[in-house]
Each structure stands twice: as C-alpha cells, then as structure tokens.
Write a protein that binds this ligand. Structure first.
Ligand code: ZN
Length: 347
C-alpha cells in the first residue's frame, strides 16, 4: 500500500504534512536542528521550559568526578524527555505516532478526532521538557515513495521493505539487512539508494560518533548535550516483530534496567488493550566477538547519561504477525504514556 493516508487520513508521515502540523503548533515551539546532506531543513519542537540543570562539567568529566549531577543536577527539576522519529526514512510508524501526539498535545484530540487520556493526562501531570524530532533522516524520508510498509512484502524487486529501506547494489540486487552496513557510506556502491540513508549514503544509526560524518549527527549530539534529556527513545520499524524496546549495548546496568522498566510499563498498557507484548530481559553478560555496534542509541547515552533505547514497531507487512494501522498507532500511545509516567524509573 503506497499511499496509506488515502485509506487512513490520520496516517500523516510526509515531510510537507509534518511541516504543516508544526506550523500550526502554538503550545510547542518549533526550531531547526540543521540542514540535511540533501539540503532540507530538519525541524524539531519543544514543550515546556528548558531547565537549568546547573551544568559544571560535560558528562564524561562529571562521571569522572563520581556523580552525573555535575553534568545535570536534576534534583527537584522538570523532567526532560526526547523522542526521535525516522532515523530510517521508510520507518514511518513513529512519524505517524508523533504527528498524532503533536495534534493531541495541541488540540486535545488526535488526527482521528479522538481524545487519548492516557497520553494527555500523563503529559499534563508531568509537564516535562519534551523535545521531538519528527523526521531525523529527512533525506531518506523524502526519497521514500511509500508512506508506510502496511501491506508491503519484505523482499521484492522494485518495491517492498528491503527495496525501499536498504535499496540495491549497483547490479540491482537487494542490499538487505544487515549486509547493507558492510559498506559505509554506501552511496557509491548503491544502485537505488534506500531510505535508510541520508543523501550522502550515511546510515545515521551508525555514524562515527567521535568524529561525525554527517551534519545531522553533529547537530543532534549538540542538541542532546544542551538539553540533557534523561530518557531518549528513537522510533524505528522492525519488520513484523511485536513492538519492543531494544536493550542498548555498552551502557551501565542501571540504564539497561531503566529501559526494561519502561518496556514493562509500556507492555502493561498494551496488555490492558488486549495486545500481545514482548519485553526483552536485561542481560548482564559480556557480548564477546563479534562486538555489538556502538550505535546512535549508545552514543546518546554517553553524551548525557540518558536511558536510551531503540523502539522497534511492527510495520504491518503482508506476512505473519501483521498488525493493523490503528494498532500500530495505539501501541505508540502506550509507549508515550509510559514515557510521560517516567516509566523508566523503578516503581
Ligand atoms: Zn530503523
């Protein structure tokens, strides 16, 4: 289904439609993160006053001084939460969730015209500093001709998840996952450049975070350092897997437990709605060889100390374990409600 919006008018994921929503926002304040490799502005929106966390040191030095409070003293302060959509351009489920969340926060009803008290009541009670980047990989999102993967196959020539996502090699064969990561940046090796990448062929999930290749990475890291969020969730699509929060690698055990707590809180809300759930257990093991990647989710933790996770949503492919559009949206609401209840904390 290339045009999901034609069937579900609330499935809003196109950059121009998101720009229109942002332009109508009054409660939130719209800013520009940076210009993408392809020359497009990447907007983000903030809610709530920015807190003064009495910064004395960067995060690494604060940890060296034996307490993260030297980086951000959160005692008695407003919570700061961040949501990042479409790090991969064909993964539109989270963009749809964000479009509906913004409309909810601004008008009290979502794009379906429905109130979602579990989200709005939690938000109003917490009054967080909330930072949302609706479409982080603007180049990839603009390049993708499909506005969802609902009803699409995983593997097909010229369409489907692999084609739109990871694209093709020069000979026209599908790149696929994870082989698409073997050459990076992939631009010069690609035939059809998938929506995974920015226009320079960089997968923003796997930049060199110590010497960024992409301006998008540099700008996001700077924003995260300035805002010091305590929980950051990147919204992704994970084929037809049951929605889940991935456990981050190379982070302290209490951060892994924070992700687990949030996953449990989200799953409780999903179960109340009759949805099946999946919570990944916390592993306290050395992963050994081959090592997991130090990816964007891990990098975010090491900038600001956040509980940082990748949220993988079901994408509604025409295969086993296919969820419908509305269920995908409501599962995002469960995540947002759990976030606004500070679900990462031990209860
Ligand atoms: Zn992804």
């Amino acid at each position: 289904m290339l045009n999901t919006k034609a069937t579900y008018p609330w499935w809003i994921t196109e950059p121009d439609d998101i720009a229109a929503i942002l332009a109508s926002c009054k409660r939130g304040e719209v800013h520009t993160l940076c210009t993408s490799a392809g020359g497009y502005e990447i907007p983000y929106i903030t809610y709530g006053e920015k807190e003064d966390y009495h910064r004395q040191a960067n995060y690494s030095s604060a940890c060296g001084a034996k307490h993260p409070k030297y980086y951000a003293d959160r005692e008695g302060k407003r919570r700061t939460i961040m949501i990042i959509g479409a790090t991969h351009g064909q993964e539109t489920e989270g963009v749809c969730g964000i479009a509906n969340l913004l409309t909810l926060l601004e008008t009290g009803v979502d794009l379906r015209g429905e109130a979602v008290p579990m989200v709005t009541e939690a938000f109003d009670a917490l009054q967080p500093r909330l930072i949302i980047v609706p479409i982080y990989n603007m180049d990839g999102r603009r390049r993708c001709p499909a506005d969802s993967m609902l009803g699409e196959p995983h593997d097909a020539d010229g369409y489907g998840l692999r084609y739109y996502g990871q694209g093709t090699w020069k000979d026209g064969t599908l790149c696929g996952w994870p082989q698409c990561k073997m050459i990076h940046p992939i631009k010069d090796a690609a035939g059809y450049l998938g929506a995974y990448y920015n226009d320079d062929g960089i997968n923003l999930m796997h930049d060199n975070f110590f010497a960024p290749m992409a301006e998008e990475t540099r700008a996001l890291m700077k924003l995260i350092d300035e805002e010091a969020p305590e929980c950051v969730i990147g919204l992704h699509g994970g084929s037809n897997s049951t929605n889940m929060l991935l456990q981050p690698d190379y982070v302290p055990q209490y951060t892994k437990e924070g992700v687990h707590n949030l996953a449990v809180a989200t799953a409780a809300l999903e179960a109340e709605r009759g949805y099946k759930t999946y919570v990944i257990p916390v592993k306290d093991t050395n992963p050994g060889f081959p090592p997991p990647s130090f990816n964007l989710t891990t990098a975010i933790h090491h900038i600001c100390g956040a509980v940082s996770s990748t949220y993988e949503s079901n994408e509604g492919l025409c295969e086993a374990n296919c969820f419908g559009a509305e269920e995908i949206l409501i599962r995002h609401y469960c995540l947002f409600a759990a976030l606004f209840r500070c679900g990462w904390e031990e209860k």
